[in-house]
Design a protein around this ligand. Sequence first.
Ligand SMILES: Cc1cc2nc3c(=O)[nH]c(=O)nc-3n(C[C@H](O)[C@H](O)[C@H](O)COP(=O)(O)OP(=O)(O)OC[C@H]3O[C@@H](n4cnc5c(N)ncnc54)[C@H](O)[C@@H]3O)c2cc1C
Length: 479
Amino acid sequence: MKSGSDTFDVAIIGAGVSGANIARRLSAYELDVALVEKEVDVSFGISKANSGIVHGGFHHNKQYLKARLEIQGAMMFDRLKAELDFPFERCGILVVALHEDEMRSVEQLYAQGVENGVIGIEMCSRERLLDLEPKLSQDAVGGLYAPGGGIVEPYRFVFSLVENAVKNGLELYTGFRVEGAKRQGEHWVVTAADGRAIKARYVVNAAGLFADEISRMFGAEDFHISGRKGEYYLLDRSTKAKPDRVVFPVPTSISKGMLIVPTVEGTVLIGPTATKVDDKNDFATTREQLDTILKSARTMVPSISENDVITSFAGIRSVIDEDFYIDISAKAPAFVQVAGIQSPGLTASPAIGEYVKDLLKKAGLKLVEKADWDPFVRKVPRARDLSPFELDELVKKDPAYGEIVCRCERVTEAEIVEAIRRGHTTLDGIKYFTRAQMGRCQGGFCTYKIIKIIMRETGMSYADITKRGEGSAVLRGEL
Ligand SMILES: Cc1cc2nc3c(=O)[nH]c(=O)nc-3n(C[C@H](O)[C@H](O)[C@H](O)COP(=O)(O)OP(=O)(O)OC[C@H]3O[C@@H](n4cnc5c(N)ncnc54)[C@H](O)[C@@H]3O)c2cc1C
């Protein structure tokens, strides 16, 4: 943790996928950049709980900034994956019409996709659709196929972006809840709840659901972010209902509908719902919504079974109006707004990084490329991806690769240690980095082992171990 008296060219508030992409992009220039985050780890906001889809570029009209950034961002993922080693796959997206009258909307989506330049987009007959996805309901009448759409592990993406930016000189401040800002000469002084402070010439507001509060703190634009909750259910990797491609229904006016997502790591997500919430910290899930989701998902893939559900979670979309709000503030000097980043924010995020870099340049920030910028992270071998022979070789070098800690997801002690050494010292941070605790037993068998490894590696006491930081202690007594 930094002492907090440093002076920077740029301070970015919020280490979600928007802030992380901006930070990584700026790390390529001769700049001192700080990324500040109120949570104990990065990607603990909206960016941890979403559908994990790299969208196909046909859902939104190009008149919207979010559509233009979605199209550009989606194309950037292959290179980013090669550099940053996060799980990503272009499995393709299907939109399924279950009634003839839905085909008109499908045709409109297709026309929009063509207008947006989506490569390989295709109108599908019933036969073509069932050929592409045999698990679909026999009631399907036709649909759309966008082969370039994909799936990504959003938290791993953010972890890698931030790790790489730090490698290139970024200063990361976690547990830094911004609660005040004042102008001092040519700088902003940004203060945290715990008394730390940093100075920066430029500030980027990428605070997700709370970007409206940050904007007010800086005397910038007055807008309101409302929350729209999406509940999900996760199906075990053993489900027989896993489709090969992302399956969308025909969208409604407020959401893309409830989907069936084959996650990039082998499980299946169903959801999300779309309910307006007043409390931006309300991540509760309900039985009632589970029933709605199951019912909707089964209309498209009838073999989905409730017995395969292993857990539920919710994310909250941060909505200002129809579009993203990304601009130089007209009220506060040297202040850039990155707010209202609802879906497709994850897809658009690499392009948001580019766009904000250009806005900062327009606002007067001098950009000089670093000669020694390194775009790569060090890859972590994962036991579940290796053949027995490859694993044997690894165990010879590091016996901790021979100790399976999480049996459901086949995660070894070596991978947990690697997560801790890269700064992920909460149970959730380790879960997102390694997938340990994410399988059928949801940590029932491995949590105590992980706690012991954290204590051994960090010297933390059992009382300091948390699920996700302050207020989430997990033990009342020693193991
Ligand atoms: C249900 C759902 C499904 C979605 N599905 C998809 C999808 O499939 N594909 C897609 O492209 N997009 C999807 N999205 C959208 C995508 O998840 C978001 O656009 C994206 O995660 C927003 O990232 P962000 O960095 O702007 O916000 P966040 O991830 O919330 O990051 C903001 C950060 O700011 C921090 N912060 C807040 N206040 C302060 C403060 N005072 N001081 C310091 N830090 C602060 C927060 O803790 C947080 O970490 C979905 C969203 C939801 C909710």
